[in-house]
Design a protein around this ligand. Structure first.
Ligand SMILES: [Zn+2]
Length: 294
């Protein structure tokens, strides 16, 4: 694209840009396991200190904020999931894991999935292909060494993708990516019109706790959504997914949702989902495997 005069971009060029990564065939199975009406895929992005470090900073106070996510947020989330006997996916930047690998043990032991989420929560869209490939491999290897399990899922930090990201996810043999927003339902990713066999489990800012609740002093951004309203948005996302027999995917952050005053949102959401009828709570990997088979 011509960044200053986009209207002058030749048609062949804008068509090529648009076609780099597209949504392919919808992956909407006829049925969910055990007669469930819909699938609820919960994810927790364990950015912790790398939320700061990935931006190239190491302010002591903000690192402590990330530390809270690991020390208090994750255990509180794990307790909530355990109480409801529900499993989920934790996307972990490798450096966030390496700071304290023992903190990953309770996640893995509870049967949750660990997915790749960058090396240090770097902005993928700024990387050249070789660097991005090396970091993706290094992150996957580090998580495998720490957990004993090879991650099959990829989520780009901040959902920033380069033109190489999805081709690399395909080349490195990931089962799925979860960074794009072209649908509510899962779909197969196309690269330049070619089906890749890689499942996309779509995310969205609408279903991300940080959008409503994250506080940032620099640049200044204050949470402006009341907690009840956040719950209401997520509940509505679930309710329509239930009515449609589809997927409700949600993204939380331990340093955002894991507070005494906030964890009830997750708790009540699971409670509400279970009260409506049979619901499947797969890890993202289980969801991807199911929809690609169906
Ligand atoms: Zn993240």
């Amino acid at each position: 694209m011509n960044p200053d005069r986009p209207w002058e971009t030749p048609e062949a060029e804008w068509r090529r840009d648009v076609a780099r990564v597209r949504a392919g065939r919808p992956l909407e199975p006829e049925a969910w396991p055990d007669g469930a009406h819909c699938a609820v895929a919960l994810s927790f992005d364990c950015d912790h200190e790398t939320f700061e470090m990935g931006a190239g900073r190491a302010a002591i106070g903000r690192l402590a904020w990330g530390e809270y996510g690991r020390r208090k947020g994750v255990p509180r989330i794990l307790a909530t999931l355990a109480r409801h006997d529900v499993r989920a996916t934790f996307f972990v930047p490798a450096v966030s894991g390496l700071i304290d690998p023992s903190a990953l043990d309770p996640i893995v032991e509870a049967g949750h999935e660990i997915g790749v989420h960058g090396w240090i929560h770097e902005n993928t869209s700024k990387l050249d292909r070789a660097t991005e490939r090396e970091l993706m491999l290094r992150a996957r290897d580090a998580l495998e060494a720490m957990t004993g399990q090879r991650p099959v899922g990829h989520r780009a930090a901040q959902w920033d993708l380069s033109a190489s990201t999805i081709p690399l996810v395909e080349e490195l043999g990931f089962l799925y990516d979860s960074s794009l927003m072209a649908d509510d339902a899962c779909y197969e990713l196309l690269v330049e019109g070619r089906p890749t066999g890689v499942v996309e489990i779509p995310v969205d800012w609408v279903r991300d706790d940080a959008v409503y609740l994250l506080f940032n002093r620099e640049p200044p951004a204050r949470p402006f959504t009341p907690l009840e309203a956040v719950f209401d948005i997520f509940r509505r996302e679930f309710d329509m997914a239930f009515d449609e027999g589809g997927v409700c995917q949600l993204t939380f952050h331990p340093f955002v949702i894991g507070y005494r005053s906030r964890i009830w949102i997750l708790d009540r959401l699971i409670e509400h989902a279970k009260a409506r009828g049979p619901v499947w709570f797969p890890t993202h990997a289980e969801l991807a495997a199911w929809v690609i088979r169906a």
